[in-house]
Ligand binder design. Structure first.
Ligand code: ATP
Ligand code: MG
Length: 256
């Protein structure tokens, strides 16, 4: 059954990678403006969920459904998903040699603006906005004129993902370990941006292993993934318990 008040409604999602079933019956609802934290041991399937929702061709959906803002998400191409307002930040953002970062971002932004009926931004207006946001996010604006992620430090890659998020203004963003590799100011920038966008109605699925970030984000729900299934659903208290006791103990609890 689909929850009509949800922006994203995933039902019984089964995902295969090669011969392997990596997600096995995932159901979740994310209302507009909500923030859901996704936790789970390494290899439990968190990034797979993000890449599947984004439409990565390697992740094959063999069962289930995903409705996003009235669309059958799984029937859309990756670029149509982005135009519909979905943004997925990558755990390990790849280099794109030969493609200038600023041009990449402007092309993405203008494609999304066009689908919303807005006029495209010219290079001047784009750069003005992008430089302003880059400065707020602690990202050197010179990185806009380099190839995407090429030679970027770990933290610069993550801040660049944040810049994309801030510019593209999605309706739902899945942030996959956005805090990993970020320094203390970078983590503060994540919290500030997420809270500001949430206040404007953007919903978030945040994948993180770090309680301090999770506490700062005041999540509406915390989910624990275990071997491709949602093993537990709770509130911040669940994240605090996982931080105290670890995933190994949780797995034993689930087996009892
Ligand atoms: N392209 C792929 N080829 C083979 N196996 C894959 C592929 N993508 C994911 N997997 C496997 O699926 C499982 C889930 O991987 P996933 O990256 O989703 O885990 P995760 O929960 O994000 O872990 P982490 O906390 O380490 O980032 C892992 O066992 C992984 O090896
Ligand atoms: Mg991952």
């Amino acid at each position: 059954m689909t929850n009509i008040s949800s922006l994203l409604s995933v039902r019984n999602l089964r995902v295969e990678v090669g011969e392997r079933t990596v997600l096995d019956g995932i159901s979740l609802d994310v209302p507009a403006g909500a923030l859901v934290v996704l936790m789970g041991a390494n290899g439990s399937g968190k990034s797979t969920l993000g890449l599947t929702l984004a439409g990565h061709p390697r992740y094959r959906v063999s069962d289930g459904s995903a409705q996003f803002d009235g669309h059958d998400l799984l029937a859309l191409k990756p670029e149509q998903r982005a135009r519909a307002g979905l943004f997925v930040s990558l755990q390990s953002p790849p280099d794109i040699p030969g493609v200038k970062n600023g041009l990449f971002l402007r092309s993405a932004l203008n494609a999304i603006r066009e689908s919303r009926g807005d006029t495209p931004l010219d290079a001047f207006d784009f750069l003005k906005g992008a430089r302003g946001l880059a400065s707020e996010l602690g990202l050197d604006a010179k990185l806009l004129s380099r190839p995407v992620n090429e030679g970027f430090s770990g933290g610069e890659r993550k801040r660049n993902e944040l810049l994309q998020l801030a510019m593209l203004k999605p309706r739902l963003a899945l942030l996959d370990e956005i805090d990993s590799g970020l320094d203390v100011d970078g983590v503060r920038a994540v919290v500030k941006l997420v809270q500001a966008m949430r206040a404007q109605g953007t919903a978030f699925i945040v994948v993180s292993h770090y309680l301090q970030l999770i506490e700062s984000l005041t999540p509406d729900a915390v989910l624990r993934l275990d071997q491709g299934r949602i093993a537990e659903t709770g509130t911040l208290a669940l994240a605090q318990e996982i931080a105290r006791t670890g995933f190994a103990r949780n797995a034993q609890v689930a087996e009892v």
